[in-house]
Design a protein around this ligand. Structure first.
Ligand code: NAD
Length: 318
């Protein structure tokens, strides 16, 4: 496929810079823009990434741009078809994602207002935490149609679940299919009934207690990495997930992926951003795709929706 278009990544920390690198290495965009408020950081990272082009063999150009408190520099994202918001603090050991809500809400609101001004046609992919709440806030602050604002969580959580199952059974990750829905937090809903190993249901491939153990490890997947790193949170798997979403949107692929999307009646749930499977295309979310769930899984999804709904109402005032 020919190279085309522009994708912007706001926030050049660990998550943003690795996302920009992955997007550039896909070699499907004309330009990847990377911005941050730290003077010189995005420019330096862009220069460094561009110098890897001759070795890695990609032609996409990375453009770094420092932005100011009043939106200075945001002209660089003009015309972007996709903007990925990674700006915001990551967790420290012992913190929950929800502990970041006040600080990150201010950042995500400011970034979103500038995105609305400078890239009014963009699809916005939010990754800043707490994810479900920041996705809702980005939609409120941009006033973009709800299908054009979505969040990254499900691809990552699912990839973690898949990795744990593959390691447990000592099989290739490509043999394993898993799914997680719900929130990117305590009410995450890993879905064993939609999970399998070479076509065998996960519930038959592993004893129930082992499945439960892996479900719990998946739910705590981010915290496990944070505890080991001690400063900062995961970024290799998270950036792979966000870049993958941007690719599906850019290529108008119609792929069904687990993402945080606006739910309007599916599963009997309405009016909330929640982790579900959805078809991704040029317009962002083309359609939320309902899955068959067991009664227990459906109840857990509804519980997640209510927990997220309460918090998403709070972000309006932050
Ligand atoms: N959704 C997920 O699955 C997931 C996974 C991992 C991390 N995260 C979240 O992603 C966010 C970023 O993580 P990280 O590891 O890159 O953190 P980081 O500290 O390495 O980088 C954050 C960057 O944001 C920048 N920033 C702050 N305010 C800004 C603003 N107003 N405009 C532009 N840039 C601004 C900072 O200068 C910094 O460079 C965190 O909130 C983290 O919790 C989400």
């Amino acid at each position: 496929m020919a190279r085309s278009g522009k994708v912007a990544v706001v926030g050049a920390g660990f998550y943003g810079s690795t996302t920009a690198q992955r997007l550039a290495e896909y070699d499907i965009f004309e330009t990847v823009v990377l911005t941050d408020i730290l003077e010189g950081k995005p420019e330096g990272l862009a220069l460094d990434m561009n110098q890897s082009r001759a070795v890695e063999g990609f032609e996409t150009r990375v453009v770094g741009q420092t932005t100011g408190p009043n939106g200075e520099g945001y002209e660089a994202i003009a015309g972007a078809e996709i903007v990925i918001i990674t700006a915001g603090l990551p967790r420290k050991p012992g913190m929950s994602r929800m502990d970041l809500i006040e600080t990150n809400a201010k950042i995500v609101r400011q970034v979103s207002e500038n995105v609305a001004k400078h890239a009014p046609e963009a699809v916005v992919i939010v990754v800043s935490n707490p994810l479900d709440e920041m996705t809702a806030l980005a939609q409120i602050a941009t006033q973009f149609p709800k299908n054009r604002v979505l969040g990254q969580a499900g691809i990552l959580d699912t990839a973690r679940f898949t990795n744990f199952v593959a390691e447990e059974l000592n099989v290739p990750v490509s043999s394993v299919t898993t799914l997680t829905l719900g929130s990117h937090g305590d009410t995450m809903v890993p879905v064993p009934s939609a999970s399998s190993v070479d076509g065998t249901p996960l519930t038959e491939a592993l004893p129930a207690e082992k499945v439960e153990e892996l479900v719990t490890r998946t739910r705590n997947g981010g915290a496990e990495v944070v505890a080991l790193l001690k400063t900062g949170s995961a970024y290799y798997a998270p950036s792979a997930a966000a870049a993958r979403m941007a690719k599906a949107v850019h290529e108008d692929s119609g792929e069904v992926l687990p993402v945080c999307a606006w739910v309007d009646g599916e599963y009997g749930i309405s009016g909330v951003y929640l982790g579900v499977t959805a078809e991704l295309a040029k317009e962002g979310v083309r359609k939320v795709v309902e899955r068959d769930l067991t009664d227990t899984e459906l109840a857990a999804l509804k519980e997640a929706a209510e927990a997220v709904r309460a918090k998403q109402a709070d972000v309006q005032s932050l």
